[in-house]
Write a protein that binds this ligand. Structure first.
Ligand SMILES: Nc1ncnc2c1ncn2[C@@H]1O[C@H](COP(=O)(O)OP(=O)(O)OP(=O)(O)O)[C@@H](O)[C@H]1O
Length: 260
């Protein structure tokens, strides 16, 4: 199996907008080990999504190097699956939930039909939608539609999962249960996960490291190791004094209140 860690050195991304070329990211250097869970936080417009798109090969660096598993990224790598917040456009309305989840598996000859069915069934179970498998997406609530998109990503058993605020629109209970399912799946598959959120508690709960992006152009201003024990627990972990200290630290790093 190919290693699926990132190496990024002095990455810059320039995009063209109405006012001409703009530097969106500048001087981003990071290493992400295979199997790590990295959560990116930061103010709006600092380049979090742009960094995730670069990791997914959807945006190419203007300068610097960006490698996955030791190879330069020059387009979307096959081992990477991305999940966006925009579930409304991610699902095909004429397909059932089951067939939406199966979408990414269809073109591949990696699995037999029976294996594909099993992957789809188990992904639907993880997100709690087995009973809605024959519905169409538009018959589901927004939160359920987002869970279909997540099931589709999980069914592919990716080596790398890039997730842009995937739980942002979900109610607190669903969000907590999907956080736990994501951690459980990651524990089984050792996927590398890069996850963007605006929710600091979610960031600390999930992460091995929280990276803060700030500035214009954006750069990584803090890289905070989350030294909390695993498995994490929604109640016990959040009562730990270390969790509370990390919450304060990340909050201050995001709002610019840290003296270092
Ligand atoms: N395709 C594009 N072309 C030109 N500029 C872009 C493009 N995509 C994003 N930008 C600009 O890059 C900057 C960073 O955007 P990005 O979406 O990466 O930030 P973000 O940190 O993810 O923001 P948010 O937290 O609000 O989602 C913004 O100023 C945005 O307008």
């Amino acid at each position: 199996m190919k290693a699926a860690g990132y190496t990024c050195r002095d990455l810059s991304v320039t995009l063209s907008g109405p006012a001409g070329e703009r530097s969106i990211l500048d001087g981003v250097t990071l290493d992400i080990a295979q199997g790590e869970i990295i959560v990116i936080v930061g103010r709006s417009g600092t380049g979090k999504t742009t960094l995730l798109r670069a990791l997914g090969g959807l945006v190419l660096p203007s300068s610097g190097t960006l490698q996955l598993g030791g190879r330069d990224i020059d387009g979307p790598p096959t081992e990477v699956v991305m999940v966006f917040q925009d579930y409304a456009h991610a699902l095909l309305p004429w397909r059932t939930v089951r067939r939406n989840v199966a979408l990414g598996l269809e073109g591949s000859n990696k699995h037999t039909r029976a294996e594909r069915d099993e992957l789809v069934d188990s992904a639907l179970e993880v997100v709690g939608l087995s009973a809605r498998a024959e519905d169409r997406p538009w018959q589901l609530s927004g939160g359920m539609q987002q869970r279909v998109q997540i099931a589709r990503a999980l069914a592919l058993q990716p080596r790398v999962l890039l997730m842009d605020e995937p739980f942002g629109a979900l109610d607190a209970m669903t969000k907590a249960s999907l956080q736990d399912e994501l951690l459980a799946v990651q524990g089984r598959t050792s996927a590398t996960i890069v996850f963007i959120t605006h929710d600091i508690e979610e960031a600390i709960y999930l992460a091995d490291r929280v990276m803060v992006i700030d500035g214009a152009p954006g750069r990584i201003t803090y890289d905070i190791v989350v030294d909390l024990p695993r498995p994490r627990d929604q109640l016990k972990t959040k009562e730990l004094p270390r969790y509370l200290a990390l919450r304060r630290l990340v909050h201050e790093a995001v709002t610019g209140g840290l003296d270092d």
